[in-house]
Design a protein around this ligand. Structure first.
Ligand SMILES: CSCCC(=O)C(=O)COP(=O)(O)O
Ligand SMILES: [Mg+2]
Length: 261
């Protein structure tokens, strides 16, 4: 087995979710279709609620920022003018969400609505999150060795907690010391990793970030974070240069902590 030694200065392991702890197929084949199939009904049912109105406002703001993009779908302001207008407005939000999802966009607005929609599905037990089989044993071992374990995903913190709280391995939320999402900044921006270190109360070089996406690895590395790229079944392929440049692991069990036996 290939072994990657974790530098002695690392005290925090920061984990991406999709493609790292969890198969991309679970997100693409289960979580995302749930949104596409249910978004219209969800908006119709919850429209009057404060949380839903906040989600729509955030999506509208994002739509304004996206107005220069090809195929962007605007969300008009509500004038409160009857059932027809409401139907058109809801349809515009549905179209906007579907457009963003067709591009796999990671906007905070989209991720916030998705998290709120998944809540009902997870809590009713209709969906259980999948984790690669090496994930839970490795995280337990790291924590026993004194490591802190944090999550940084484009999925909202609320969605992250749903995944860890309702998984095929049971409720494993207690294995995580804290969560970050795009409210701290985007994963392809190095400043986000400086802010995460600051929020945890450590230096960036105390963090090892595990992700499947080399753009994220590169941004983290620019902030002096240690990185390893995770190669999992179903992940996007890497170029030969990326394979040579980055430390690669195919399982969390390949990480060797000098402090552990
Ligand atoms: C954690 S919620 C479901 C996954 C999701 O919506 C997503 O965008 C995952 O992106 P990641 O940054 O974990 O690759
Ligand atoms: Mg990922």
């Amino acid at each position: 087995m290939v072994v990657l030694s974790v530098p002695a200065e690392v005290t925090v392991i920061l984990l991406d979710i999709e493609g790292t702890t969890t198969p991309i197929a679970f997100v693409k084949d289960i979580l995302f279709p749930y949104i596409k199939e249910n978004v219209k009904g969800y908006l119709e049912t919850h429209w009057e609620e404060e949380e839903c109105q906040q989600d729509v406002s955030l999506l509208r703001k994002q739509a304004e920022e996206d107005s220069h993009l090809d195929g962007a779908v605007p969300i008009p302001a509500a004038s409160g003018d009857g059932a027809d207008e409401l139907e058109q407005l809801i349809q515009a939000v549905v179209d906007n969400v579907c457009w963003q999802m067709s591009l796999d966009r990671k906007t905070t607005a989209l991720k916030q609505l998705q998290g709120h929609m998944w809540r009902a599905a997870f809590k009713a037990g209709h969906v259980k999150a999948e984790f690669f089989e090496d994930v839970v044993p490795a995280v337990r071992k790291w924590r026993e060795a004194g490591m802190k374990v944090y999550i940084y995903s484009s999925g909202s913190v609320e969605a992250q907690k749903l995944l860890f709280g309702h998984s095929t391995e049971g409720d494993i939320l207690e294995l995580v010391d804290g969560h970050f999402d795009t409210n701290i900044g985007h994963k392809v921006e190095s400043e986000s990793y400086r802010k995460i270190a600051n929020s945890i109360g450590c230096s960036t070089n105390n963090i090892l970030f595990l992700t499947d996406v080399t753009l994220e690895a590169s941004a983290a590395e620019e902030a002096d974070v240690h990185v390893a790229v995770v190669v999992r079944p179903g992940n996007a392929g890497l170029t030969d240069d990326e394979k040579t440049y980055y430390s690669l692991i195919t399982s969390f069990s390949e990480l060797y902590l000098p402090s552990s036996t």
